[in-house]
Design a protein around this ligand. Sequence first.
Ligand code: FES
Ligand code: FES
Length: 177
Amino acid sequence: MSETQNSGQKPEARTIELTVNGVSRRGKAEPRMLLADFLREELDLTGTHVGCEHGVCGACTIICDGAAVRSCLMFAVQAAGTELATVEGLADGETLHPLQQLFSEHRALQCGFCTPGMLMIAIDLVANNESLTEDDIRTGMSAALCRCTGYDGIIKAVAAYAEQIHGKSAHGNGADV
Ligand code: FES
Ligand code: FES
């Protein structure tokens, strides 16, 4: 057991510097602080939601250095020097990001708790796959759980977004988007 543990004191917080949604940010985190908690509590970016804290539900998903990650499975100290994208960076002022607009049009959310994670997973999925089938979208979006919508609206919104980005449309199982 370490001296710090013996003394009953919390480990010393470190200063973390990173880029979030294109802006340089810094905050304090003790070594075991989760990245999700750092974003919400230290940087006041509460759009990233925390559900299970076990890497299962996907609500906490953000993009770290170009890849979707569960921010409940990373320590804040591991994100030092990285570039993060969170749901707060999607809209341009009052103008929704195209994927947010499609979620609205396709009624892809109800309570909205899962939505930040769903959006970030979808953006990563579409950005990294030029040719997506409907099955691909269903498999990709299964990385997050929704207790409200039944998923049909979510799948339709993501398919429409993929069509906007890559210029093809999804047609059933196995067909290219
Ligand atoms: Fe991170 Fe559920 S809160 S996966
Ligand atoms: Fe409620 Fe997905 S919209 S959990």
